[in-house]
Write a protein that binds this ligand. Structure first.
Ligand SMILES: Nc1ncnc2c1ncn2[C@@H]1O[C@H](COP(=O)(O)OP(=O)(O)OP(=O)(O)O)[C@@H](O)[C@H]1O
Ligand SMILES: [Mg+2]
Length: 400
């Protein structure tokens, strides 16, 4: 049952993190009649626009998070659902609220395990026995140098608390270890600390396998291919061409890791494919940025699926139908700007009939910050990729 927003019967969704992915979750939740509360560290965050209310706070600060969640729990409503949309959250507070009867998506343990690379890697490789790149965790430059010698070069160094490629680098020889260590200490979410050193995987391609755990089982979306630069995604497409036997392996890895985390909702399982081998890389227990393409490629986007699964509503069994091949291409800012303007919007939309543009409405820009995305459909993935890239090139983020 769904209630009326703003009343004691409300189905309240509290989004912890209000970026562009949260905005789509908020829209889908609002469409189904939920009351949406958007939280982020700055006012004017994307998901605050479609939400009923918002809070500005530091979600990694347990005291601040407790105050906001208490306030939301005390307001009358029929159902309180806490939906983490980012990793940097004081997950011990989520566990407290879950113990007190709140519904945390997919659950507080999954949020804790995936907030740092160590939790999820140890679960995947050491408990579930999934194949991953060889890795070691290191707390100093000396430990990193020794680990890199054992793992071999090139190797990839990442702060355990970071996302979107921040603080991540590839060291090609022992001479580069000092620079990689220094870079990792600047880029982490909590300003340095432990890193993971992984052997570099010379994969043929990488995939995101969107996996939905719902009341009636587990369903898979068609695989999404993507291209990363500097650890951040630039374009994605669906369906990716994957040999059926390899796809079966991908689905069994995705099922193992999502069953290991539990709960209901969508998961973005990141995989590397090398020949017949499938390596697990990481997983988001929430919509994935490369899955923005599903807004056009599927009747039910990853955001719609997430909300349905969370609310216990029907989700297609086993495989989520694809509507059309599609591709996405990101629009990045190049400069530090307040109240940015978007030039070339009309030109972008005029390039092709099947092109859509999302502008996230972020109040400020910085070099490399994702400000929008173009999504294009076509009869084939290749032409959809070209159309998305061509339209994205038309848009620039400029000063007022
Ligand atoms: N061991 C590895 N070998 C080769 N490439 C790698 C390795 N680890 C990461 N990469 C590349 O870097 C990208 C980003 O890595 P990863 O997903 O671990 O970082 P992230 O900061 O969590 O990124 P995001 O938040 O965008 O998912 C991967 O998608 C892949 O292209
Ligand atoms: Mg990733």
């Amino acid at each position: 049952m769904i209630g009326t927003p703003g009343t004691a019967s409300a189905t309240r969704v509290v989004l912890l993190g209000s970026g562009e992915l949260g905005r789509e979750v908020a829209i889908e939740a609002v469409r189904l009649g939920c009351e949406v509360v958007a939280c982020d560290r700055y006012p004017g965050a994307p998901a605050m626009a479609p939400a009923h209310r918002s809070h500005v706070l530091t979600m990694s600060d347990p005291d601040q998070l407790r105050v906001v969640l208490n306030e939301e729990r005390e307001r009358p409503c029929a159902r309180l659902i806490i939906v983490p949309e980012i990793e940097a959250i004081a997950t011990e507070v989520l566990a407290e609220f879950e113990a007190g009867g709140a519904h945390v998506v997919p659950n507080a343990r999954a949020a804790r395990l995936t907030m740092d690379r160590e939790g999820i890697r140890r679960l995947a490789a050491e408990e579930l026995g999934l194949q991953t790149s060889p890795y070691e965790f290191c707390d100093s430059e000396e430990e990193l140098a020794a680990a890199a010698e054992r793992l071999g070069f090139p190797c990839v160094i990442k702060p355990i608390m970071s996302s979107s490629g921040k603080g991540q680098s590839v060291a090609r020889s022992a001479a580069e270890i000092a620079a990689s260590w220094a870079y990792s200490q600047e880029g982490g979410r909590i300003g340095g600390g432990r890193v993971i050193c992984e052997a570099f995987v010379d994969f043929d391609y990488e995939l995101t396998l969107l996996t939905v755990r719902h009341a009636c089982g587990t369903s898979f979306c068609a695989p999404i291919g993507h291209r990363q630069e500097g650890g951040d995604y630039r374009e994605s497409w669906q369906p990716a061409a994957v040999d059926p036997a390899v796809l079966e392996k991908c689905q069994s890895v995705a099922r193992a890791i999502t069953d290991g985390l539990g709960g209901h909702g969508i998961f973005g399982v990141e995989l590397f494919v090398a020949g017949e081998e499938v390596l697990f890389s990481e997983v988001s227990p929430r919509p994935h940025d490369t899955g923005l393409v599903t807004i056009a490629s599927q009747d039910l986007s990853e955001f719609a699926l997430h909300v349905r699964a969370i609310l216990g509503l029907p989700v297609p069994a086993e495989s989520i139908p694809l509507r059309s091949p599609a591709a996405s291409a990101v629009i990045l800012a190049e400069h530090e700007l307040e109240e940015p303007l978007y030039k070339g919007v009309g030109q972008a939309l005029a390039t092709e009939e099947h092109v859509r543009l999302l502008i996230f409405g972020k109040p400020s820009a910085s070099p490399g910050r994702r400000m929008g995305v173009v999504i294009a459909t076509d009869d084939a993935v290749g032409t959809a990729r070209e159309a998305a890239a061509a339209a994205a090139r038309e848009v620039s983020v400029v000063a007022k």
